[in-house]
Design a protein around this ligand. Sequence first.
Ligand code: ZN
Length: 218
Amino acid sequence: MYINEPALVLFSGGQDSTTCLFWAKKYFSSVRTLCFTYGQRHSKETEIAASIAHEANIPFQLLDASIISQLSVNSLTSNIKMDEEKPEDSYPNTFVPGRNLLFLTFAAVIARSHGIRHIVTGVSEADYSGYPDCRDTFILSANTSINLAMDEHFQIHTPLMWRNKTEVWKLADELGVFDIIKNKTLTCYNGIPAEGCGHCPACKLRKQGLENYLITKK
Ligand code: ZN
């Protein structure tokens, strides 16, 4: 697959979206990034995203979406303690209701202004932490709604949809960016780059995936 058209990548500087960025760089004629700031607990996230894009020579755009933090209280945008495990009868408090629908809508409006119709996002249903807006059905539905809303032909690409964390590491290696992903990205909920704090849910998932990948690689 190679598409001789530009793409816009939703980019946060984490493992998943950085892998998507290099995936898009390979499969599209050109790439630009869109990064959202929405009152995340760690502004370091956006600094890291900017520096990864800069080093890869990819245009970086930061959009203030901080209205999201005014809409609901959750552990990503406030100081309440995050859930270590998913509660049985609800979503973890790292869930920001409506986030991906808003992000995709903002991304489409911005993509349109650049004459771009391909949008890439790193959501995944495989290692899905219970977020409804990471599911494939949601993405297909959002794609249809956004096209209808703007009378456009956007195509939302989700290269990680069916890849678990082990397979995301494998993809990074195949793309030749294993070291960049391992050493530069920030996935940790406590704002520590690379290997992170080691005990938050995001670090555990990342670490387990890496260990599994390194075993299969031997
Ligand atoms: Zn962590």
